[in-house]
Ligand binder design. Structure first.
Ligand code: ACM
Ligand code: ZN
Length: 542
């Protein structure tokens, strides 16, 4: 009898403490300010979402999100009711630095009020609410025995940086649209707002271009040597079929762009040039210096010598045609044109390239690269778009309005910012998520390097050497995930998580409030969210 009483008391304690456990506030990235209140809001069949005007789209997003795990049909209404989640657009919110992405969130036992100046801010308030709910809210299927409680809190929040990005290489390995959408969902959950889509590289062209159909019938496919090490894959032999690859149709691209837009994410396409394009020469060999027909490489190539001919006007006509279709598909202000790792030996021996150097009065092949990028920038500017490129575009002289993505350390970004150019920082040492995140023995094969989550957390996109004025040119930073060694969506998630949580906090949270120990503590709850959403992740931090 005594033991039964003891067991009953214990069960009671467990059930009583359940809402208490859920009270712990664990938000990543850490908001600007949080204070805990008294009581708990319970999401139930009686809950409604109140929204008007531009807030309605965010309300509908929240409704659809909540339905997946709770099974509740929370209606969206413009009438104030009890037990409501109220999304309210208001001018002049204090403490939000006039940021379009800032918001306040206040929850009590009676209601939850999210206020912002713009829909973007409301959306981020909703993402915070997502993390105030129990981690089971991340489940893609209905969880029945969960109390959907939200602790009483007051939060005021705004981002540190405007550019909070991640690049995914879809050339070295191709990932389906369903995975791209999953990636976008996870970026949004962490208040990240740029998806840099690497659509072109030597090992496959991934975007449908109507005017050049061979780019997707030929350049998107390679011989399948996926069972061999990336750097030991033999080239396609005569008679062998190119069966590995894929591409995104223009309809799929529009679908992804619209999906991202709902999540406040701008999709920035990268169309590489003048290097990392040998797959193009499998279909259109006339655009290289040699004119030699190639096959799409199934694995590594170094150095990258087969590049577009800079002396051939047909190459520029081709690129303008391609970019015209790209611009129609992507509303993004920035178009990334790559620009990295061009070995220019073919330019040195090509009569057309040498003739271009003479007629344009250029000093050398570096200036020829600069000529190439400036000519493309002029075209993009005529279409009201900004050119973004890897830091090699500084060599031979930077195009007048170009924005630089600094990857070989911070130096390129510093040089660009000092001359008044905008910069996105993504130095390998802090931002390359294709590097190992733990000891090699305990990790799947990776490209090399070592980037543990603690180091990602130490990333500061603003170098000490810049003045206040110069540092205004640092738009933010991003993680880059190159996929030579990452053949599946699950593996790509493994490389992203949990490091993306650290990157999100670096880019969103006021650096004075960052604290690694506290972050690691908050990761416990994040790992529960991973488990509920079925996201593959590294446990090396433990
Ligand atoms: C790069 O990692 N080649 C930009
Ligand atoms: Zn040439």
């Amino acid at each position: 009898m005594k033991s039964i009483t003891t067991i009953l008391c214990f069960l009671l304690l467990v059930s009583c403490t359940k809402p208490e456990v859920a009270r712990e506030v664990s938000v990543i990235p850490l908001p600007d300010s949080i204070s805990l209140g008294e009581g708990t809001f319970i999401l139930s069949a009686k809950t409604v979402i109140v929204a008007e005007g531009k807030a309605v789209a965010v309300a509908e997003y929240l409704r659809d999100f909540l339905k997946k795990a709770t099974g509740l049909e929370v209606p969206v209404t413009d009438k104030r009711k009890k037990n409501a989640i109220i999304l309210s657009l208001e001018d002049g919110l204090s403490g939000s630095k006039n940021s379009k992405e800032g918001y306040t969130l206040s929850s009590t036992s009676k209601n939850i009020v999210i206020k912002a100046r713009a829909a973007e801010g409301l959306f981020y308030g909703v993402q915070t609410l997502r993390q105030l709910l129990p981690p089971e809210i991340e489940s893609p299927t209905v969880k029945s025995d969960v109390v959907w409680s939200v602790p009483a809190v007051t939060i005021s929040d705004q981002p540190q940086f405007a550019w909070r990005g991640m690049m995914l290489d879809c050339s070295r390995h191709f990932f389906p649209v369903s995975h791209i959408k999953n990636v976008l969902d996870q970026l949004a959950a962490r208040k990240m707002n740029r998806f840099h889509w690497h659509l072109v590289d030597d090992q496959g062209w991934r975007i449908e271009i109507k005017k050049y159909p061979l780019l997707t019938t030929t350049s998107a496919w390679r011989v399948d040597h996926e069972d061999q090490h990336w750097n030991e894959r033999p080239a396609q032999k005569p008679g062998e079929e190119a069966t590995y690859g894929g591409f995104y149709t223009q309809d799929e691209i529009r679908e992804v762009v619209a999906y991202a837009s709902m999540l406040n994410i701008e999709v920035v396409p990268e169309i590489e040039m003048p290097a990392h394009v040998s797959c193009v020469f499998a279909a259109y060999p006339q655009f290289s210096c040699s004119g030699k027909k190639m096959t799409v490489l199934p694995g590594g190539v170094w150095p990258v010598t087969e590049i577009y001919c800079a002396g051939n006007d047909e190459v520029f006509a081709f690129l303008e045609d391609v970019l015209t279709e790209v611009i129609e598909l992507f509303p993004s202000k920035y178009i990334h044109i790559g620009g990295d790792e061009a070995t220019k030996t073919n330019w040195e021996s090509c009569p057309k390239c040498q003739s271009r150097i003479k007629t344009e009065g250029l000093k050398n092949e570096e200036e020829l690269q600069s000529y190439f990028i400036k000519r493309i920038e002029k075209f993009l500017s005529s279409k009201d778009r900004n050119l973004l490129g890897w830091d090699e575009i500084l060599e031979g002289g930077l195009a007048p309005r170009a924005t630089v993505m600094s990857w070989r350390g911070f130096a390129g970004g510093i040089e660009a910012a000092r001359t008044g150019h905008d910069v996105v920082m993504s130095p390998t040492d802090f931002c390359y998520f294709d590097y190992y995140q733990g000891p090699k023995e305990s990790e799947p094969l990776a490209i090399g390097g070592y980037l543990p989550i603690s180091k990602v957390y130490r990333f500061n996109p603003i170098p000490d050497s810049l003045t206040m004025e110069e540092s205004k040119h640092i738009l933010g930073g991003q993680a880059n995930l190159w996929t030579e060694y990452i053949p599946t969506p699950e593996h790509s998630f493994y490389m992203m998580f949990p490091r993306l949580d650290a990157m999100a906090e670096v880019l969103w949270t006021n650096p004075e409030k960052k604290n690694y120990e506290d972050f690691v503590h908050r990761l416990d709850r994040q790992f529960e969210r991973y488990s509920n959403s079925g996201i593959n992740h590294s446990k090396n931090i433990y």
